[in-house]
Design a protein around this ligand. Structure first.
Ligand SMILES: NC(=O)c1ccc[n+]([C@@H]2O[C@H](COP(=O)([O-])OP(=O)(O)OC[C@H]3O[C@@H](n4cnc5c(N)ncnc54)[C@H](OP(=O)(O)O)[C@@H]3O)[C@@H](O)[C@H]2O)c1
Length: 281
């Protein structure tokens, strides 16, 4: 169980999910701090989780062992520069969940150029984190200790699966696969629903069947030792209905299309990282 003091700068959707996940695993509200300009939002969190609130980000850094940077990527440079003095003085562990912002930029905004290198874990969660079913990739800079790695992982595990990356560069591929991935699955569900309606089902029936099929197939694959390819082959009887449909999808170059889509997302992720970092040199 986590017994460190955890602070969240930014009390939006992701902070709410992480706090919900952490408290459900037994972390006491008295060990959680939240800072956000929206007083109503923080008051609601305080009431629900009995945690500590402040409007002052520097005060929060003074109070905790871990600072989770949970503001929008465009807000991150201002926040880091605002807290850099306390960060340099106290060296807490920083965890950034901001999509697309590189460690080197966060480190620079926290004052590493003229001061100390700080321990920083950069994460890329995805939207199912909001329902505690996320997939989060983590990357630690050289200053992060083994104990801090365990701590960062335990915090992100509160909203789903966690995996470590050896190279930060791989974050662009993660962004293309799991970061943007929920939207690809929604698109597949959408296509299944529309096709079901074209085939004569009513909308509600097509919607529920498409959703439960996507959920059931994922659950089955997660619980199975077999690869997705083996599972697919097992349910594809020669001469059957599934074989006919899969053949049509393969003739349409589905795999090549996914590769092209992910390459596009990876390239865009690199472009955005460059933009976010260079906006505030
Ligand atoms: N939502 C997801 O599923 C998801 C998935 C992957 C990664 N992420 C990342 O998670 C981060 C947070 O996303 P989110 O969806 O939780 O965003 P969000 O709901 O907009 O939350 C951000 C919060 O930070 C507050 N804030 C703004 N400036 C601040 C400051 N100077 N000090 C303290 N708080 C400040 C915002 O207040 P105002 O609204 O008043 O500006 C807002 O309440 C983002 O960087 C995003 O890239 C999110």
């Amino acid at each position: 169980m986590i017994n460190k003091k955890i602070g969240f700068i930014g009390a939006g959707n992701m902070a709410y999910s992480l706090i919900g996940g952490l408290t459900s695993t037994g972390v006491a509200g008295e060990n959680i701090w939240v800072s956000d300009p929206d007083a109503e939002q923080t008051a609601q969190l305080a009431e629900q989780f009995k945690l500590n609130i402040t409007k002052n980000n520097s005060e929060l850094v003074k109070a905790v062992d871990v600072v989770v940077l949970a503001v929008k990527p465009q807000q991150l440079s201002a926040v880091c520069q605002e807290i850099s003095e306390q960060a340099q003085a106290l060296s807490p562990l920083f965890i950034s969940i901001a999509a697309g912002v590189l460690c080197q930029d966060i480190e620079r905004w926290l004052g590493s150029q003229n001061g100390k290198e700080l321990a920083l874990v950069r994460c890329m969660p995805n939207t199912p984190a909001l329902v505690q079913s996320g997939a989060t990739a983590l990357f630690a800079n050289a200053q992060v200790s083994d104990e801090q790695r365990i701590l960062a992982e335990s915090i992100l595990r509160a909203v789903g699966l966690t995996l470590w990356l050896e190279q930060e560069e791989a974050m662009h591929a993660v962004t293309a696969l799991s970061g943007s991935g929920p939207a690809y699955i929604f698109l597949v569900i959408e296509a299944l629903e529309k096709a079901g309606v074209q085939l004569g089902l009513d909308e509600k029936t097509a919607h529920l069947l498409a959703l439960q099929t996507a959920f059931g197939a994922s659950k089955m694959a997660l619980e199975s030792e077999d690869s997705a390819e083996v599972l697919r082959t097992k349910v594809t009887s020669p001469g059957g209905t599934t074989e006919r449909a899969i053949g049509i999808l393969q003739d349409g170059q589905l795999e090549a299309l996914f590769l092209k889509a992910l390459q596009g997302a990876q390239t865009r992720s690199r472009e955005l990282a460059k933009m976010l970092g260079s906006e505030n040199k």
